[in-house]
Write a protein that binds this ligand. Structure first.
Ligand SMILES: [Zn+2]
Length: 346
């Protein structure tokens, strides 16, 4: 190479560096700040993550039924998305996850992922209250998903355990407490998260990151889970499975159903675990119903929703209150979820 060519190359390289340095702050700084604000889920949590953590046995041994009582309390006003009742439930759930020292997996290093929902009108179809978007009103309300993580040994993989925490609120002067739909699913997930946290503290960590998701605005058409799939706070490709719990604790103790797509790898595992624990479970096509598994199934991610076989009894009526909860069934549902996570994540 001629000396003049070398000099020329050096000058070009210097020019590129100078141009980069002058444009860097204005063009890229904001993007970098945005990246830094997201949780570093693709990085391994430090091995000593749990070393200096103390969580009282009182917190670790808290049972699902205690959470159901709080989520159904009239002060939560039926947890309708976009209302103060939902915010109270959100604050309560966030506190539970913080007390367990879980990693924040929402946006900007906190536990929440906010998203907009349209104004909704409630209507009654076949005795059940349902929401429909109000096409005459373009005002958007904020709602939120709540996201946290128990760090695993291989952060390139994720297993999501989830439940929606919203319900119908107050309609025509009547409170819809949503005990089975879906205080039961949320409480079941919380108890399992407490057990898994206790396991991690005892030195038994999962292989994948276990992400806990409490979806908002499911009753308005899976809006929270759909938003998460469109704006994920973790790479979708890392998600190996989504296990969603919805309306799991009413009716006959042993009887469950699940919704999933055909030939999901989770199908056999669920059937085996439920029968090992003395329950019965059958696959069900949903007959037009679905839950937060749907946005994941549409994105080709293995996902199932587990429900009580009698989930439609009193569903979306004011009678879905604490009297609907079969405590033995709630315990069985919790044991099923815990065993399922053990099977696929440890
Ligand atoms: Zn519902």
């Amino acid at each position: 190479m001629k000396a003049s060519t070398i000099v020329c190359k050096i000058l070009i390289t210097l020019g590129v560096i100078v141009i980069s340095l002058t444009t860097w702050p204005s063009v890229y700084a904001e993007k970098l700040i945005g990246l830094a604000a997201k949780p570093n889920v693709w990085l391994e949590a430090p091995k000593e993550y749990w070393d200096d953590v103390y969580i009282s046995p009182q917190i670790l041994q808290r049972r699902a039924i205690e959470d159901i009582r709080i989520l159904c309390d009239p002060q939560m006003q039926g947890r309708r998305a976009g209302t103060a009742g939902e915010t109270k439930a959100m604050v309560y759930l966030e506190e539970q996850l913080k007390a367990l020292h879980l990693l924040a997996m929402g946006e900007d290093n906190n536990y929440l992922q906010l998203f907009p929902i349209p104004t909704m009108r409630a209507t009654t179809i076949n005795g059940r209250v349902l929401f429909r978007p109000d096409i005459n009103d373009s005002f958007l309300n904020p709602a939120a998903n709540i996201l946290a993580c128990i760090p695993g040994r291989d952060p390139g993989q994720t297993v999501i355990i989830s439940a929606h925490y919203d319900h119908l609120g107050v309609y025509q002067g009547k409170l819809y407490p949503g005990a089975n739909d879906n205080a039961s699913g949320v409480s079941c997930v919380l108890e399992v998260v407490r057990r898994l946290t206790a396991d991690s503290l005892a030195g038994k960590s999962p292989i994948p990151n276990i992400v806990v998701a409490f979806w908002g605005a499911e009753e308005m058409g899976y809006l929270g889970s759909s938003y998460f799939v469109s704006q994920p706070t973790i790479p979708l490709a890392s998600i190996k499975a989504v296990i969603n719990m919805d309306s799991v604790a009413n009716g006959q103790k042993e009887d469950f159903i699940f919704w999933s797509k055909e030939n999901d790898f989770l199908v056999e595992t669920i059937q085996k675990i439920v029968s090992n624990l003395g329950g019965r479970i059958e696959k069900n096509n949903g007959q037009g119903h679905a839950s937060d598994e749907l946005p994941f199934v549409k994105a080709d991610i293995p996902a199932v929703t587990l429900l009580s076989k009698q989930w439609l009894n009193k569903n979306h009526t004011p009678a879905d209150d604490l009297t609907q909860i079969n405590e033995e069934k709630l315990e069985l549902a919790t044991d099923i979820l815990y065993a399922l996570v053990q099977e696929i994540a440890y």
